[in-house]
Write a protein that binds this ligand. Structure first.
Ligand code: IMP
Ligand code: MG
Length: 188
């Protein structure tokens, strides 16, 4: 962190964000996690096709980057879930899946697992429809996330509200290539 460099701060809707994770760090971490996931499927002799399920919209940039390092048979699907209003958690909305689920292996790609509500709902939806195995990978996880919903792999731990690299504030700032942290603690 630098002090006083105005380029490292962003002010929006009364919120002050500070740039803290650079794109280069995201790339390095994602590569390492992608290699670990590949090793996991290889070491466990899981040779079935893996359905890589990206939770939209936030996880798209992370998933695209991660896919470069997932070296196994896979098919990519997107799944829309929405729960945030501004910096506050709201009611969760899941779309209806339009892909085959029964007997399939899934790797769910999330931007951040916070309360775990989104992941819980997506997992329940897939298991109800007969999914064989579900693994989770996320760019971030918070300390709020209950143990049983903890992602199998994650890049960073953080408890503040963040934007950039897919993460939004009211649908803004997803295109920022670095991660910016809200200077005040996340409000629920
Ligand atoms: P959960 O359901 O509480 O685990 O929250 C997960 C979803 O909320 C994520 O998929 C994000 O879309 C959104 N979310 C949670 N924390 C943040 C944040 O700090 N910034 C932007 N979106 C967030
Ligand atoms: Mg999300």
């Amino acid at each position: 962190m630098t002090d006083g460099n105005v380029q490292d701060f962003l002010i929006s809707d009364g919120f002050i964000f500070e740039k803290r994770i650079y794109n280069k760090d995201i790339k390095e971490k994602t590569k390492r996690i992608g290699e670990e996931i590949t090793k996991y499927y290889k070491d466990n002799n899981i040779n079935d096709n893996i359905n890589v399920l990206t939770i939209l919209k936030g996880a798209k940039p992370f998933s695209e980057l991660l896919n470069n390092y997932l070296k196994f048979n896979k098919t990519n699907f997107d799944f829309r879930a929405k729960s945030y209003k501004g910096t506050t958690r709201g009611k969760l909305k899941l779309e209806k899946p339009d892909f085959e689920i029964e007997g399939k292996n899934f790797l769910i790609v999330e931007d951040i697992v916070d309360s775990g509500n989104t992941i819980k709902a997506v997992k329940e939806c897939l298991y109800e429809k007969g999914a064989k195995d579900i693994k989770i990978v996320s760019l971030f996880k918070t300390n709020l996330c209950p143990e049983e919903l903890k992602p199998n792999w994650f890049c960073f731990i953080n408890d503040l509200f963040i934007i950039g690299f897919g993460l939004d504030l009211n649908d803004k700032y997803r295109d920022l290539e670095d991660i910016w942290f809200l200077k005040n603690k996340k409000v629920d």
